[in-house]
Design a binder for this molecule. Structure first.
Ligand SMILES: C[S@@+](CC[C@H](N)C(=O)[O-])C[C@H]1O[C@@H](n2cnc3c(N)ncnc32)[C@H](O)[C@@H]1O
Length: 196
């Protein structure tokens, strides 16, 4: 692999990525069973699917103090678990995803959770998302992808907006908080009042 998540990513996660990258478009679904992804050849998909563990999702949402009135964007929303956790906390939550199988699965997961009024998945390239309406942005992507998004985060998010990233930091923009959960790290920033 030319690009990898940092070495502290667990073996299980790496195995999921290896499967996603090298096994003809297969990945592990939330239920653990392999699921064929017909869109895995979509050239705009810059990071393969690997889920953030639920305990980490819950802690990210808790630490970011997600609540009613927040608008949460998950960039590359996978099976929708971050979107669902944010909606359960009372926020309006929107996931952006290109893999049609994952879009289908995540929409079904949202419906099953009874969160259809608060949660939504949009089929959209994460690099084209206008972030200005978000009060919280979450992501679990490759380091170079996160860094590529950094100017958009700084330009488009309002002061006070929160950013929560699983596994990767934002280079020289030091996080306000970082925390380990079950061997995984997440990073947290608050967008400053003045442009950086
Ligand atoms: C590592 S997974 C993270 C999934 C979820 N956010 C989580 O933390 O459980 C990254 C996701 O980004 C999606 N993705 C990759 N490139 C994308 C793009 N250009 N636009 C939208 N989604 C993308 C992948 O299909 C995958 O589901």
């Amino acid at each position: 692999m030319a690009r990898k998540f940092p070495t502290h990513t667990t073996l299980a996660c790496m195995l999921v990525f290896a499967v996603a990258l090298f096994s003809a478009g297969f990945h592990s679904s939330a239920a653990g069973a392999p699921t064929q992804h017909k869109d895995s050849a979509n050239s705009k998909i810059v990071v393969p699917y690997a889920p953030t563990p639920q305990r980490l999702v819950d802690r990210m949402i808790e630490f970011a103090a997600v609540k009613k009135g927040d608008v949460v964007y998950d960039l590359g929303s996978g099976d929708g678990r971050i979107v669902i956790a944010a909606a359960k906390a009372g926020a309006r939550a929107i996931g952006f995803e290109l893999d049609r199988q994952l879009i289908k699965e995540s929409r079904a997961n949202i419906a099953k959770a009874g969160l259809g009024e608060l949660a939504e998945i949009r089929e959209q390239d994460l690099f084209t998302v206008d972030l200005s309406a978000a009060s919280v942005v979450t992501m679990y992507l490759f380091p170079d992808v996160v860094l590529k998004l950094k100017p958009r985060l700084l330009q488009q998010l309002k002061p006070g907006a929160r950013i929560v990233i699983h596994d990767n930091d934002l280079g020289d923009w030091k996080p306000d908080h970082k925390e380990w959960v079950d061997g995984r790290m997440f990073f947290f920033w608050t967008v400053p009042a003045k442009p950086r």
